[in-house]
Design a protein around this ligand. Sequence first.
Ligand SMILES: O=C[C@H](O)COP(=O)(O)O
Length: 244
Amino acid sequence: MADGAGRGTPRGRELGAMIRMLASVTDSAEAEMAIGAGAGIIDLKNPALGALGALPLERIRDILAQVAGRRPVSATIGDLPPDARLTDRAIRATAATGVDYVKVGFFTDAHVRDCLPSIAAAASSCSIVAVMFADRGPDPTRLADFAAAGCVGIMLDTAEKSGKGLLHHMTIAVLQDFVSGARDLGLLTGLAGSLRLEDIPQLRTLRPDYLGFRGALCQADRRVAGLDTERLRAVHAAVQANEA
Ligand SMILES: O=C[C@H](O)COP(=O)(O)O
């Protein structure tokens, strides 16, 4: 497979040392735009339904067919309540589409406590990236729990999309500890949360595996608007600056 983890075999830290742009897309046309602009990971999401709004499974299958193995593909399971059975069912249904990574949001610590056991069961058969939220007081000591449960990656995002991004909620020093701690555990690391073009140089110094975007790639920074080719290219250029 070109440019990343092979379908069916993605595990933690296989994406390599280069920082990649993760682009959240809603359909096949947007996936094509993101690939054309150099996105390293195609993330399937419905931003109109929340931070991790899910796309219908049929749409996920259509986009996978369009991407056709050219990039690793992740998909979210939705902003679900902390219900272990619901979470497990959503993970398995999403994984069955054939995506490389299933992104699962943990909005509170109680959410982690209640749903982590179901993650451990599902993680033996698919690659799960756990998502914690910078604006919901994520507990960094949970990183080891996610690794022990078999997650292949961990991502920080923001639950609220009203303008205050990741760097409003966390200092660079705290983010550095997060990235280093996750890397030491062998987890892929991703940073997102209303990131803007001007945030990228600072965040690149942390060397996460990927930086994730939706709003900054869209017309007028509106994450529910369509992707904009010029913005895609500008963000990709900034993420890839000085990369070998
Ligand atoms: O996974 C990354 C997210 O889609 C980022 O969305 P955002 O840039 O609108 O916060």
